[in-house]
Design a protein around this ligand. Structure first.
Ligand code: AMP
Length: 225
């Protein structure tokens, strides 16, 4: 059994879960598991899993629970020595939350809801770009690259995710409201929910996050400062 715990990041698409997860991973030496990124990798590789999920992802729907749960179990078993995990994008509905509780007896120790208004989420998602080579994230308005369309870090081309466009964004927000948002109440009842506002810049959101969870002893033990 691992020593560390699990931090679950909840919030609508565009709330900054990936960015905050990176920050937590770096500062507290945790393992970052993004189910969305794991699925996108499977699509890039053209694996059986990738072929099964590509159309679902491009439509903004959720991939079947058993496929995503398998990714999570494999990762947790492989990284069992890790000091702890940041789950970004999982659980996404109540059955997945039940699965997480049952899996190896693990319970998320802390669930952070990054709150964001829908109109801000739409604006952020439609202006988000990523480097096809190194994955670095940009926003054409708030954090543009120095040269349009080119990654500052590696010179790779910048692209827009297929699900970061018009109607698919609306569908993802609908799925979030119907499937994922009920988890806020679920974890609140369990007494492990903390809330942070996601509308500020990434640094100010991280400062709130640290204020809320920085007292966890298993976490601060790993701090890189
Ligand atoms: P994300 O990168 O978290 O925005 O996820 C991108 C897409 O991957 C989602 O719109 C879903 O199609 C799929 N996905 C990611 N995580 C899950 C999950 N826990 N359950 C079902 N589908 C997921």
């Amino acid at each position: 059994m691992m020593d560390g715990g699990i931090i679950v990041l909840l919030g609508p698409p565009g709330a900054g879960k990936g960015t905050q997860a990176e920050g937590l991973t770096e500062k507290f030496d945790l393992f970052h598991l993004s189910t969305g990124e794991a699925l996108r990798e499977a699509v890039r590789e053209g694996s059986q899993l990738g072929l099964e999920v590509v159309q679902i992802m491009e439509s903004g729907e959720l991939v079947p629970d058993h496929l995503v749960s398998e990714i999570v179990v494999k990762c947790i078993s492989r990284e069992v020595q890790s000091e702890g995990f940041v789950l970004d994008g999982f659980p996404r509905n109540l059955p997945q939350a039940g699965f997480l509780e049952g899996a190896r007896g693990l319970r998320p120790l802390v669930v952070v809801n990054i709150d964001l208004r829908e109109e801000v989420a739409v604006r952020r998602l439609s202006s988000r770009r990523h480097c096809v080579n190194c994955g670095r994230i940009y926003n054409v308005f708030s954090s543009p690259p120095e040269k349009e369309g080119v990654c500052d870090v590696c010179g790779g081309d910048l692209a827009q995710r297929k699900d970061d466009r018009g109607e698919v964004i609306q569908e993802r927000l609908r799925v979030y409201r119907e499937e994922t948002e009920p988890l806020v109440g679920f974890y609140s009842e369990q007494g492990c929910l903390v809330e942070v506002g996601g509308s500020g810049d990434p640094q100010s959101v991280f400062a709130q996050l640290e204020g809320e969870i920085g007292k966890l002893t298993w976490l601060t033990r790993n701090s890189t400062e």
